[in-house]
Each structure stands twice: as C-alpha cells, then as structure tokens.
Design a binder for this molecule. Structure first.
Ligand code: NAD
Length: 335
C-alpha cells in the first residue's frame, strides 16, 4: 500500500511533533514542512531531513541564511494528499481556500472553531465519523483530554453531566511573548469558559460546563473533573473503565505535581518530554453516590499528536476500526 503523502503547514509546537509522529508510522510520510522564517527550528528541521517550504516572499531569506528551501507552500501542497495545518489559531481559516484550490484533504487544530471543518475529532469518541472526510478539526488539548475520559464512562455508565475547573498553563515553555505571569487570571471572567462546552463539538449530547483560570506555569494544565453518572458506580468501576484506555495514564508513586509528571517523562526518555496520555491521579478518583471526582493533568504540547495521526488514517480510509488505529499509532510513537 502506498504511503499517504502528508504536508505540515506551520512547524511550531504542534507542527514539529505532528511531523515526527507521522514519520514514525509505516502507512504515511511527510512530503514537506513549512516555516515562515529561517530560524533555528528551520535549521533543525533541515538537519532532520524534512523538506522545508516557505511563503514565496521569504524564500530569499532562507537562501541568505543558508537553509535550503524546497519551494513555496503552494508547491508543498502540490506534493501532498493531505495537509495538517498547525499554524497559530485564526490563520488556519485563512489557509482554507489554498487547500481547497489544491484539492487536498486538510486537518486543522483546536485554535480554529468547529465550522472550519464541520467535523471535530477525538479518536476514542468518533473515529468512524472521520472516515473518508475531506476536512477534520482536531479539538484542543483540553477538549481532547475531556473527551478521552467522558466517552468511555458515558458508554458504560451514561454521563448525566460534567463540571470542570481548569487551571491552565499561562504559556508554552518556549513562549517569551505571553509568559511568565505573576497572577491567577480568570480566563475568561464570563462563565462558562469555552473549554468544556467545546466537548459538545465531538459529543453533542453531553451536558458540560467549565470554568478556567490561567496560572503562572508553562508545563501542563490541570483539570478538576466532576461527573455525574446515570448508573451507580464504585471507585473500582471508574478505575477499571479509565484504566482500560491506552491513552490514560494513572500517576502515583509519589508524583504529587505536574513538575514531577514532566520529570517522569524525562526519566523514561520521552522525546521532548512529551506525555501523549491523560495523566490521572489514581488516588484522587472519588465516588459519592453517582458523582465522581478526579484530578487530570494535560501536557498541552503533545496530547493531541496521536489524534492527528489517527485522523489522517481515518480520512485516508487506511483503517476503519478506531481501536486498531489507536493501537498502531501508539506502538509507532512509543506510547
Ligand atoms: P506555534 O506558534 O508554536 O506554531 C505555529 C507555527 O506556524 C510557527 O512556526 C509559525 O511560524 C508558523 N506560521 C505562522 N503563520 C504561518 C503561515 N501563514 N503559514 C505557515 N506557517 C505559519 O503554535 P502552536 O502552539 O503549535 O499552535 C498551532 C495550533 O495548534 C493552534 O491552532 C493552537 O490553538 C493548537 N494547539 C496548540 C496547543 C499548545 O498548547 N501549544 C495545544 C493544542 C492545540
């Protein structure tokens, strides 16, 4: 079977990880990545063997910097069957006519809103709905994490409602423009925040609201999840249901903070200390009548990466079974 030809437009936090995850699979390949400026990330992409494409007006700057560019972004799209747009939120929408003109499939990230693709994706929730689609949006890091816990519990017990408080990292570790902050910022002040309700772009029947706070950290987000189920359950039931999900990791053994989760990822040799799984403190899982609570940490830079790979596989119709795609993706990236 020929490998799917994938272009990655926007080689930043998400784009560089998507490129590496695609490259690790045996049924897809990266035909090019795009950079706007010839900076250190472009230089590393070149050293890693990626063909780099740039906006036409910036090609001269690449030549001057001694970083070879293979052509324009439009030329990259000509080589691709599917583009993964990893540009900053809002720019992806402007790129849509370019993808339509190229006649290729496209994936956008959570910084764009649902209508851009008309289908929002989470592998554990609605893989089959992405089969053969032209356009798909991968939901944000927080929505991905919530879908991963809500879907399996809903399937087995029925979810009556979900209430979430999110403590959000103020900026990514490399972001010198937004952080660090010395404050706790209700974000936004008007409730609910968009995070929980965005789950309904994947699971429209779920009653969910959320509140979010920005806090002075760059490492991870942390959710306090409160869920009411339709059916009686025990802590053991919840541990069994969540524990059966390959992209959920129970943490304990003295890990008492997001900093120690990151240290764990470093110690086990994860690339860029990425943690693709939801991290749930097993000890925090509490059930009172039909209400359950737990703490969930989210590595915002990497949690959506395996979802991008699964979405590609579904859109290309290489695998009809979501569980099989999840297993294949996980194995190839080392999860
Ligand atoms: P980023 O700023 O780290 O990277 C974006 C990249 O796109 C940069 O390399 C930038 O130079 C490049 N770019 C900018 N304009 C471009 C253009 N017109 N054409 C081609 N490339 C262009 O952003 P990011 O954090 O990787 O976010 C990308 C998307 O992923 C956004 O929708 C964001 O909301 C979403 N997302 C981000 C995170 C996160 O925590 N960083 C998590 C989940 C989803």
């Amino acid at each position: 079977m020929a490998k799917a030809k994938i272009a990655v437009n926007g080689y930043g936090t998400i784009g560089k990880r998507v490129a590496d995850a695609v490259r690790a699979q045996d049924d897809m390949e990266v035909v090019g990545v795009s950079k706007t400026k010839p900076n250190y990330e472009a230089s590393i992409a070149h050293q890693m063997g990626y063909d780099i494409y740039a906006p036409a007006e910036n090609l001269g700057a690449f030549e001057k910097a001694g970083i070879p560019a293979a052509g324009t972004i439009e030329e990259m799209l000509e080589k691709a069957e599917l583009v993964v747009d990893c540009t900053p939120g809002g720019i992806g929408e402007k790129n849509k006519p370019m993808y339509e003109k190229a006649g290729i499939k496209a994936i956008w990230q959570g910084g764009e809103s649902h209508p851009i693709a008309g289908f929002s994706f989470n592998a554990a929730s609605n893989y089959e709905g992405a089969l053969g689609r032209q356009f798909v949006r991968i939901v944000s890091c927080n929505t991905t994490a919530l879908c991963r816990v809500i879907s399996p519990i809903d399937r087995e017990l029925g979810v009556k409602k979900v209430r979430v408080v999110l403590a959000r990292r103020a900026a990514d570790p490399n972001d010198v423009k937004k952080g660090p902050i010395n404050a706790i910022v209700p974000d936004p002040i008007r409730l609910p925040s968009h995070h929980g309700p965005d789950v309904r772009s994947v699971l429209p029947h779920i009653d969910i609201t959320s509140a979010a706070l920005k806090i002075p950290t760059t490492l991870m987000h942390l959710h306090t999840v409160n869920m009411e189920t339709n059916t009686d359950c025990t802590v053991a039931d919840i541990k069994r249901i969540l524990g059966s999900q390959s992209r959920i990791l129970f943490v304990g053994q003295g890990i008492s903070s997001t900093a120690e989760i990151i240290e764990y990822a470093r110690d086990i040799g994860r690339p860029r200390y990425d943690i693709w799984e939801n991290c749930i403190w097993e000890e925090s899982i509490t059930v009172h009548e039909k209400e359950l609570y737990f703490f969930l940490a989210v590595h915002q830079e990497s949690i959506t990466i395996p979802e991008n790979v699964d979405a590609i596989r579904a859109m290309m119709e290489f695998e009809n079974d979501g569980a099989k795609s999840i297993e294949k993706t996980n194995k190839a990236i080392g999860l």
